[in-house]
Design a protein. Structure first.
Length: 299
């Protein structure tokens, strides 16, 4: 029997939305937690809970950073034109090719993941993690080789896109500690969950493309963010414009879609075997839910 994982990204996709949906559709929480607890990374915990989103009971996956890792620079976090009530944090895995030490907010967006990176690492400031260090963290995690391979594929797409976006070699991309912790946790959770579900393939149809800009530390950047657009280019991800101001697909979300996707269309006929829904954190004119389904193609 063929079992496919279908990620219905009508409201977008981010790291925490995807992790939540995968847990809700049947990935074992103990497997995901074992992988996260084994990481050689300090300063975070993970809350997995039920929340009500658009009137629906859905799963919420939240990476909680401790006081030493939490970031309070909210100036960069909001959508242009919405102010602090707009409800959209900028969640990008930025790799900047300059010599300034910057602190970014970690990904709260859809409940997102921000591995903010730079070119050459400046002296002082917050700790940065390079690609090799993050790869070593993944390699040392308590998860299967299959899960590690998934995590490496996702992270490699993020790092490659950030390097291209900022004009630096991949080995010079350095991710801020704040963003790196959030991103690593999301990516490892997703990798462990997908491996545990063990689908025969993953269907990801068109991704929604919002409009407008997001305000990040260096000013306004267009939606989709440069790294997200580059991942879509690299992976050939189809985008569909939608009349929503804001970022519906984050760089990590795009990387997850690109790394997992084996098909971009549903079978002509199929049966739904399981349904899971993951909550986003942003308040947009969309449900803010990522729905995952285990489906069986029918003859």
């Amino acid at each position: 029997m063929t079992r496919l994982l279908y990620l219905e990204c009508t409201s977008g996709i981010s790291g925490d939305m995807c992790a939540a949906a995968l847990l809700d559709v049947g990935a074992r929480e103990e497997v995901v937690r074992a992988a996260l607890e084994s990481l050689d990374v300090e300063g975070f915990s993970v809350d997995i809970a039920r929340v009500v989103k658009s009137g629906l009971d859905v799963c919420d996956f939240n990476v909680v950073l401790d006081a030493a890792h939490e970031n309070h620079d909210h100036d960069m976090a909001y959508l242009h034109g919405h102010g602090q009530g707009g409800g959209g944090d900028c969640d990008h895995d930025h790799a900047h090719g300059h010599d300034h030490a910057h602190e970014h907010g970690h990904d709260h967006a859809h409940g997102h993941e921000h591995g903010h990176g730079h070119g050459p690492v400046p002296d002082g400031g917050h700790r940065h993690r390079g690609p090799r260090e993050i790869e070593a963290i993944i390699e040392g995690a308590a998860m299967t080789e299959g899960a590690k391979a998934i995590a490496r594929r996702i992270f490699a797409l993020v790092a490659d896109a950030e390097a291209r976006a900022h004009g630096v070699p991949v080995d010079q991309v350095h991710f801020h500690e704040v963003g790196a912790v959030d991103s690593i946790a999301d990516i490892v959770a997703i990798a462990a969950a997908v491996d545990d579900l063990a689908p025969d393939g993953v269907v990801v149809a068109d991704l929604p493309c919002g409009t407008g800009t997001v305000r990040c530390q260096h000013g306004l950047i267009p939606v989709p963010a440069p790294a997200t657009a580059l991942i879509a280019e690299i992976c050939g991800l189809p985008l569909t414009p939608v009349a929503v101001e804001g970022e519906l697909v984050t760089p990590t979300g795009a990387a997850v879609a690109g790394a997992l996707r084996t098909a971009d269309a549903l079978p002509e006929r199929f049966a739904i075997r399981r349904i899971g829904m993951g909550a986003g954190k942003r308040a947009y004119d969309t449900p803010g839910i990522l729905r995952a389904m285990i489906i069986e193609p029918l003859a």
